[in-house]
Design a binder for this molecule. Structure first.
Ligand SMILES: Cc1cc2nc3c(=O)[nH]c(=O)nc-3n(C[C@H](O)[C@H](O)[C@H](O)COP(=O)(O)O)c2cc1C
Length: 148
């Protein structure tokens, strides 16, 4: 059993719904999952004691990627999170009509790699709340679980 931390940022609840879908599937796989809304999370040493950190965030930019407000604030302190050597993957909700579909996930992945995290799965990028893409959630979770 691995200890998994999930942190999400969500304005209308879509990324939050995806986070809870992932949470249920990981818990069914026997893993211990802690889910935090980035609005209530302090990044300092947050990854300590976890085997894996999953981060999810929607994008709100147009030409450029702007992270969801609460997550953007959380992300400013990500270097204090102790991600070195920690298994990491990202997920996002977005809208394909925007140029950077789910671009926040790419930002999370790049920064986490710079901080020494080990990327364990391709990012899960879904439209809306993910309820019509359960297969993609399943694939993401099984890729994550293989690495735990
Ligand atoms: C002004 C604005 C900008 C947006 N920019 C993007 C974007 O760059 N890329 C993307 O995939 N979705 C974009 N979206 C769509 C939202 O990310 C999408 O609705 C998402 O499901 C919201 O998730 P949340 O409820 O978890 O915050 C944008 C939406 C608005 C209203």
């Amino acid at each position: 059993m691995a200890k998994v931390l999930m942190v999400f940022g969500s304005t209308t609840g879509n990324t939050e719904s995806i986070a809870h879908m992932i949470e249920k599937k990981l818990a069914n796989g026997g893993h211990e999952v802690t889910v935090l809304n980035s609005a209530d999370a302090n990044p300092e040493h947050l990854a300590k004691g976890y085997d894996c950190v999953l981060m999810g965030c929607s994008a709100w930019g147009d030409e450029e990627v702007e992270m969801q407000d609460d997550f953007a604030t959380f992300f400013e302190g990500i270097e204090t999170m102790d991600l070195k050597g920690v298994k990491v993957a990202a997920f996002a909700s977005g809208d394909k009509s925007y140029p950077n579909f789910c671009g926040a996930a790419d930002v999370i992945v790049e920064r986490s790699k710079e901080l020494g995290a080990e990327l364990i799965a391709d990012s899960l990028k879904l439209e809306g709340d993910g309820s019509s893409d359960e297969d993609e959630v399943d694939s993401f979770v099984s890729e994550v679980m293989k690495a735990l």
